[in-house]
Write a protein that binds this ligand. Structure first.
Ligand SMILES: [Zn+2]
Length: 448
């Protein structure tokens, strides 16, 4: 065994920017051992592994148990038979606006935000990007979280996204005033500057007419948003639906499609363009599910894994006759199911072509259950033909690369945050084994 002295470990920790040992002793180091490591890098799993977590919440050592540090003041935790992997990074969520099945920005409080983040965390989602429907409250929350050691899901935010004047989602009850509604390039420039000053993590645009029912922002304004964002060192992600919008936006330098192309199969021209411009794809397949699944009672509503974490008010809400009727009586109901199939086929084709896939669900709005839908999303990705390894990479190192935070998050490697899932079954055998989460840690702190 390679024996490090505790002072050597603390030395490593100091180099990593840790705080000094408390007076009267060295900080505690926890060493989890005897598990199988899936580190999120795409490398093969490591049997009989160990991970040492410093008091500061970062990883001091990870790898083969034979190389693990040992010494006094180390708490060893036996994890025989368990699988340890990085937490899930969800690149498309919406925070804070929903109570039950009602969406309204008046619900956006720190209490509601925390409740949702804790639900994400309990299901293993250790980071989430809120895609353009936030209030400034998120900025204070994010600042506090980043100044210390996060103990619930980490937040990233696009703050307020862009849409056309009277465009979606400003037309959704309770959501007026949430996005910027823009008509002129000068308005775009001013708004992007505002966002840049607030150090948003991303810029968001909604580019959709919802099958002709809503006003869609022009491609010229989208180009102005992308260009202004780039000037401020910000990337832009777009809610898209149509293939031709996706093509034009990728040509204009868009960073990511925040949904799948759903109106038609992706063409070779689109694939070539997306690859040339390095446009990311975030599939959000469960968003499609949420457009038709409530039309009649569905078995997931009785799933113990769902009921364990879902908000009871929302569970009742989606089974309310009025909520169900809205979907059952929608003239486009059959088409919504087709859109999911198209999205899945497109995901497989894009992944096979080498397009970067980032994990995202669009959870948060009514009927899109935070936490549970992330697990369902993985199953739909597997059904589309992606391997367990591709799915795990989409929410681990790919997602961290997408956010530009690979130094701190995404994989289990030395000096990164100990955002960890402990599973009782191997997710590489079957992605449904992601449901066997026994413990979630954020900054090494167990989530309750
Ligand atoms: Zn969204």
């Amino acid at each position: 065994m390679n024996r490090f002295s505790l002072s050597a470990i603390c030395g490593l920790a100091m180099l990593a920017g840790c705080s000094s040992p408390p007076p009267g002793g060295n900080p505690e180091v926890r060493v989890l051992e005897n598990f199988t490591l899936i580190d999120g890098t795409g490398r093969p799993a490591v049997p009989n592994a160990a991970i040492a977590i410093g008091d500061d919440g970062r990883i001091l050592y990870v790898g083969d148990k034979a190389g693990a540090p040992s010494g006094p003041r180390m708490t060893k935790v036996d994890m025989t038979g368990k699988f340890i992997m990085p937490g899930i990074i969800n690149l498309h969520g919406h925070l804070g606006n929903v109570k039950g099945v009602t969406q309204d920005q008046k619900f956006y409080t720190e209490e509601n935000l925390l409740k949702q983040l804790n639900t994400y965390a309990r299901y293993g989602v250790t980071s989430v990007v809120s895609m353009g429907s936030d209030t400034p409250l998120i900025l204070d929350f994010r600042a506090k979280q980043r100044a210390g050691k996060a103990t619930t899901a980490r937040v990233f935010t696009a703050l307020r996204g862009f849409t056309a004047v009277a465009g979606y989602p400003s037309t959704v009850p309770g959501m007026k005033g949430v996005p910027y509604e823009v008509a002129k390039e000068a308005e775009v420039e001013k708004a992007v500057e505002e966002l840049a000053l607030k150090q948003v993590d991303l810029v968001k645009i909604w580019v959709d007419d919802h099958l002709g029912k809503e006003k869609k922002i022009s491609i010229d304004l989208c180009k102005a948003i992308i260009a202004n964002a780039r000037k401020n060192n910000l990337n832009t992600a777009a809610h898209i639906f149509y293939h031709d919008d996706a093509l034009k936006l990728s040509e204009a330098g868009l960073y990511a499609f925040a949904h799948s192309i759903r109106d038609q199969p992706v063409t070779d021209q689109l694939i070539t363009t997306v690859k040339k411009n390095h446009t990311w794809q975030i599939p959000t397949l469960t968003r499609e599910v949420s457009t038709f699944v409530y039309a009649k009672p569905h078995e997931f509503l009785k799933d113990a894994f769902f009921l364990k974490g879902a908000d009871p008010e929302a569970v009742t809400g989606v089974q309310d006759q009025k909520f169900m009727d809205r979907q059952a009586k929608d003239p486009n109901l059959a088409r919504y199911q087709e859109f999911l199939k198209t999205a899945q086929a497109n995901l497989k084709k894009l992944a096979d072509s080498g397009v970067k896939i980032g994990f995202g669900t669009d959870t948060g709005p009514p009927g899109r259950f935070t936490g549970f839908f992330e697990h369902w999303e993985m199953e739909l990705m597997a059904e589309a033909g992606l391997t367990a390894s591709q799915i795990i990479e989409s929410f681990s190192h790919n997602a961290a690369e997408f956010l530009g935070v690979s130094k701190d998050l995404g994989t289990l490697e030395t000096n990164k945050w100990a955002d960890i899932l402990v599973l009782s079954k191997n997710p590489m055998d079957d992605i449904r084994n992601m449901r066997t989460i026994e413990q979630v840690m954020i900054s090494g702190v167990p989530v309750k």
